[in-house]
Write a protein of this length. Structure first.
Length: 81
């Protein structure tokens, strides 16, 4: 199955009840964390996320939290955000 950006964004927005307008907005890592938590409840400490990131380092910290949770779940695919 080959999904376009619009379908992917629609699926994510529906799943986590968000309103992301573009795929590029996912760079903050928050949506990835919420999707992971929806699939594996409790696997990620959502309270550790920075929900108002101002700098790219804030986004990287959020993505690191997602990556660490993936490792704990033994999902060893390379994460390329």
């Amino acid at each position: 199955m080959n999904l376009g950006k619009g379908e992917l964004l629609g699926w994510i927005n529906d799943l986590i009840e968000a309103e992301y307008m573009s795929v590029e907005m996912l760079a903050d890592g928050i949506a990835y964390a919420q999707v992971l938590d929806a699939i594996h409840p409790g696997c990620i400490a959502l309270s550790r996320l920075n929900y108002t990131p101002k700098y790219s380092d804030d986004n990287l910290r959020n993505l690191k939290i997602v990556e660490d949770s993936l490792k704990k779940l033994r999902i060893n695919q390379p994460a390329s955000f």
